[in-house]
Design a protein around this ligand. Structure first.
Ligand SMILES: *[C@@H]1O[C@H](CO)[C@@H](O)[C@H](O)[C@H]1NC(C)=O
Ligand SMILES: *[C@@H]1O[C@H](CO)[C@@H](O)[C@H](O)[C@H]1NC(C)=O
Length: 331
């Protein structure tokens, strides 16, 4: 599966990146340590190809995500401001990872649930802000009117197009799975920063016990650890699994996390740096960077890694990735 998708990706990149949201994270590099995006984890499946293509008028203009490459590089924008970065697997309709900076001082200010969608995943010409459903549908309808895409043609219907391009509420409803955040609202202060995490491109099906108990505990611990850092760069991702919701949305087999703490010169904190005591509560060891991995099940245990390199090694094994994986450059 992975090898096949790598081949497909290779072919797609030969054909170019027509219609892509953006072929890179250039507008939101600041959410990665030393402005260097994660490399080696682009294991996305190709964008689903619409099968109901008989008698379609002007599919190039009217079909959702027409020939868009997967993954999509999303600079998560809310109310005209960037808040984090997401690598979105269009084929599996889940994020592979989200990268962000911890709000170290802010009090967690989560409000409400997952409500936002990405119009730009439907057509790159649409706005680049996340929007709630009604506004998204209006945007798509206006686009359809401008381009003479008749809504009587099923694949051109606004609701159909939105669902084609990304996961939506109905995929999760009744499944028993939580809409599990990668970038959690609780790592950001009140207001837009935490609201920006409430988008379907930042969540994947997560076992609700795992989400609410052990992974939640780990997320809170990370927030406490971050008090010893000047900045904490965080990347949280998933390992795609074998199960699907609704035959549309992949259920990850694992969630993973990596973090890198810096001093006020933007240098990584080192484990042996006594001036910057960042203590891991369990064993009272000094810790400047590391990570964690947890199976996506109720009884899955969180394994913590003392170095990002150890986590990367495990991720390469789990995802059968042959090339190098680099989450942080030089941390
Ligand atoms: C582009 O989209 C059309 C219609 O969905 C499809 O038949 C074709 O295979 C796609 N081409 C590529 C390169 O994905
Ligand atoms: C969560 O995990 C438990 C056991 O690991 C399982 O019994 C339960 O069905 C899972 N929840 C979902 C929604 O799959």
């Amino acid at each position: 599966m992975v090898n096949l998708s790598l081949v497909c990706l290779g072919l797609l990149s030969l054909w170019g990146v027509r219609g892509e949201v953006a072929p890179n994270f250039n507008h939101c590099k600041k959410f990665f340590f030393r402005e260097t995006p994660v490399s080696g984890l682009n294991i996305a499946l190709p964008t689903p190809v619409e099968t109901k293509t008989k008698k379609l008028v002007n599919p190039k203009k009217c079909l959702s995500a027409y020939n868009a490459t997967s993954p999509a590089y999303i600079c998560q924008r809310y109310n005209n401001q960037y808040y984090f970065a997401t690598l979105y697997d269009r084929g599996r309709r889940i994020p592979l990872y989200s990268a962000y900076k911890m709000d170290i001082k802010g009090k967690p200010g989560r409000k409400g649930s997952i409500v936002n969608y990405e119009p730009q995943l439907v057509h790159p010409e649409l706005g680049h802000n996340q929007k709630e459903i009604n506004e998204c549908l209006t945007n798509i309808k206006n686009y359809n009117n401008r381009n003479d895409c008749k809504k009587s043609i099923e694949p051109y219907d606004a609701t159909y197009k939105l669902a084609w391009s990304q996961a939506h509420n109905d995929d999760y409803r009744g499944s028993g799975y939580d809409r599990g955040h990668l970038n959690p609202a609780g790592h950001h202060g009140k207001g837009d920063a935490s609201q920006a995490t409430m988008t379907f491109t930042n969540v994947a099906p997560q076992n609700s016990t795992m989400n609410q108990v052990q992974w939640n505990k780990y997320e809170q611990k990370l927030k406490v650890l971050s008090k010893g850092c000047s900045e904490m760069y965080v990347v949280t991702g998933v390992v795609p699994g074998k199960e699907w919701l609704n035959n549309r949305v992949n259920v990850p087999s694992h969630y993973w996390n990596a973090f890198c703490c810096t001093d006020n010169n933007n240098k990584p904190l080192r484990s042996d740096n006594n001036n910057n005591p960042l203590r891991n509560d369990n064993n009272n060891k000094l810790l400047g960077s590391g990570g964690a991995l947890c199976p996506n099940t109720a009884e899955g245990r969180v394994t913590e890694y003392k170095t990002v390199a150890d986590l990367q090694k495990e991720l390469r094994r789990l995802m059968s990735v042959k090339n190098n994986v680099q989450i942080f450059k030089g941390c």
